[in-house]
Design a protein around this ligand. Structure first.
Ligand SMILES: NC(=O)c1ccc[n+]([C@@H]2O[C@H](COP(=O)([O-])OP(=O)(O)OC[C@H]3O[C@@H](n4cnc5c(N)ncnc54)[C@H](O)[C@@H]3O)[C@@H](O)[C@H]2O)c1
Length: 327
């Protein structure tokens, strides 16, 4: 299948690109390299294009004639979205609209969209199911929900079929292809703790130790990127065999606290490092854990690397080999 992967130079997209290539798909990456890394794309064709440039996006689709699109490209820093909402809506909504318009013009009507747990906002219950209320509390989460709604209406009009995957916290590395997480700035917990263990950061901060959780720190759901990427392959099969549009959570279903993550990094790395207890951050829910029962039953997906040790072990291996990331 000819698959266009937007954001294929980024953390998750690059892992996806290699998995697709290994499965024999014909892949082209569309990425403006604003946050991604050319090295992470390997030998796969890349169009260095900004989603906000309609004519360049259209030209890329016309040249490649994709049969399906996996849409990872986005701005995804929550705090930045609060400071610069316009930029977030321009890229994540405006850019995504450019993309979908160009795809439809070239008769490509299958899309898997990278949505987020941020669409739920501060959820009432745990684990979170797909029909829980969506009440995002920042422009990033709103932008993801807006594009989900656009896809829904396009699907209802018969223009396309889509699967929207609401990821929880992606973590870990693809050791086989030597691909890992290199964001700047890095806001994700696992690489931040590893940076403290490697000594590339002086310490790691724990934001809040008085949450109503067993050890007082926030609880999150970490999903290994290989499990996450595999769900996209299943979603592609599902859509190309006529499956109706759907929204699925994608998490491993187990919650781990900030303290547990820090402890496991300490054990796996064998290093000691400084931990700084800081104030709670505004808008951090105490517990965010996915129910992934729907994707398990509809797509026969199941996580293979659900334990925290394995997730962190792969991340540690990659970061200790690449302390400066892709450089
Ligand atoms: N990493 C996570 O834990 C997580 C959780 C929930 C949702 N998501 C979503 O998954 C997707 C991938 O996340 P990631 O961690 O790999 O992010 P990432 O920042 O590593 O990758 C995003 C890629 O998109 C590209 N990009 C950004 N703006 C662009 C534009 N205007 N035009 C073209 N390319 C552009 C960047 O250069 C980068 O390569 C994003 O949509 C993100 O919102 C990620």
């Amino acid at each position: 299948m000819r698959v266009l992967v937007t954001g294929g130079a980024g953390y998750i997209g690059s892992v996806m690109v290699r998995m697709l290539a290994d499965e024999g798909h014909d892949v082209v990456v569309l990425d403006n390299l604003s946050r991604g890394h050319r090295r992470a794309v390997g030998g796969v064709d890349i169009a260095v294009v900004n989603l906000e440039d309609l004519s360049a996006v259209t030209e890329t689709c016309r040249a490649f004639q994709p049969e399906a699109c996996l849409h990872f490209a986005a701005r995804s820093l929550v705090a930045e979205s609060v400071a610069e909402p316009l930029a977030y809506f321009r890229t994540n909504v405006g850019g995504s609209l450019n993309l979908v318009g160009a795809l439809l013009e070239t008769d490509c009507d299958l899309m898997v969209f990278s949505s987020s747990a941020a669409t739920y906002g501060i959820p009432e219950g745990s684990p979170i199911v797909e029909d829980a209320e969506t009440a995002p509390i920042n422009p990033y989460g709103v932008s993801k929900l807006m594009f989900e709604r656009i896809l829904k209406w396009l699907s209802e009009a018969g223009s396309l079929s889509y699967v929207s995957l609401r990821y929880f916290n992606a973590a870990g590395a693809d050791i086989l292809h030597d691909l890992g997480e290199d964001h700047d700035p890095e806001t994700h917990l696992v690489p931040r703790v590893i940076a403290a263990a490697l000594g590339t950061e002086p310490s790691v901060s724990v934001y809040g130790t008085d949450y109503p959780t067993p050890d007082g720190t926030c609880v999150r759901d970490y999903i290994h990127i290989l499990d996450l990427a595999r769900a996209h392959l299943l979603a592609l099969d599902y859509l190309s065999s006529g499956g109706p549009s759907a929204v699925f959570n994608l998490g491993n279903g187990n919650g781990f606290s900030v303290k547990e993550v820090i402890d496991v990094v300490g054990r796996v790395s064998g290093r000691e490092f400084d931990i700084v207890n800081a104030e709670r951050r505004e808008g951090d829910p105490s517990i965010l854990v996915a129910s992934s029962e729907l994707i398990k039953s509809r797509l026969a997906w199941k996580p293979e690397f659900a334990d925290l040790e394995t997730i962190i072990e792969t991340a540690w291996q990659w970061h200790s080999r690449h302390p400066d990331g892709y450089g």
